[in-house]
Ligand binder design. Sequence first.
Ligand SMILES: Nc1ncnc2c1ncn2[C@@H]1O[C@H](COP(=O)(O)OP(=O)(O)OP(=O)(O)O)[C@@H](O)[C@H]1O
Ligand SMILES: C[C@@](O)(CCO)CC(=O)[O-]
Length: 328
Amino acid sequence: MVTASAPGKVYLFGEHAVVYGEPAVPCAVERRATVAVEERADGRLRVDARDLEIEGFTVEYGAATDELGVEVPTELLEAATEYVDGAVEQARDACDVSDVGFDVTVESEIPLGAGLGSSAAVVVATIAATAAELGVELDPREVATRAYQVESDVQDGQASRADTFCSAMGGAVRVEGEDCRTLDAPDLPFVIGFDGGSGNTGELVAGVRDLRERYDFAADTVTAIGDIVRRGEAVLTEDDPSLDELGRLMDFDHGLLEALGVSSRSLDEMVWTAREAGAYGAKLTGAGGGGCIVALDDSPATETALSYSQSCEVAFRAELARDGVIVP
Ligand SMILES: Nc1ncnc2c1ncn2[C@@H]1O[C@H](COP(=O)(O)OP(=O)(O)OP(=O)(O)O)[C@@H](O)[C@H]1O
Ligand SMILES: C[C@@](O)(CCO)CC(=O)[O-]
């Protein structure tokens, strides 16, 4: 049996705009998905996804959906099945085998669909663990490329390479179309607020696409997010980056994401709670619609204020994850 792990991420800048070729800067954070993979003799795939708990059930699914012992929303199950199946298929392809089966166990510290890149981390860790179980150590860049393929297939082609590259490589990265690079960035004082909810990435991306096609000013908003990212990247890679300036740019980015319709009342409330507590800046992270915000604050004030806020279920500090995918 082989176990691999991969980190989640926050977007310092650039989600959504990255889908249209603008740059984005996500940063990996120390919340990981861990996937254990063991080869089976019978060629079947059995997945134990312990975090897909619905009303106390843990989901287990085999090659056929009718093997399911519990009632779960098919949409949720189908998405999870597609991510893990897709990842295993990519590993089989990388290792040039077609008929090997596996037991796959997924455990994750990353809340699902909440903007912290849970799907990318699960896919990256599954590809690396499955390949390693087959005796092949894949280069993290190859894992990233293959993981992007899976995300893109599941999300009907509406995915950027940002989440998967960041999870595979770790640290801060810059992604613009197919151009994916790691950045030399210092640790930043990230504080995350989670409202307990989630957003539907596919629907949110489709909503921005519609707005962008309908209104020139929405297309300009997407371009303006790209301008913020270019500026933010330059600040981030200075010797001693100004947290004031990074925070100001995060605030601006959040305002534009709000204008594009991907924020929510609870995300806005958490952003304002962070700002009023003295954070350098705050914004939603990931697809939006619900889930997480990320703020910059080197004092305890933002975490404390968020933990008392009605709209925040849990607040925590997050370290930059220097390591991407790890196969011990
Ligand atoms: N621990 C897990 N076990 C099984 N499947 C998971 C797990 N975590 C995530 N997934 C799959 O990923 C889906 C969420 O992916 P999605 O891309 O919508 O959100 P995200 O990656 O958490 O957030 P964002 O893309 O906004 O950063 C879940 O519905 C599920 O199918
Ligand atoms: C909304 C989005 O930009 C980030 C989701 O984490 C979608 C993507 O990049 O694939």
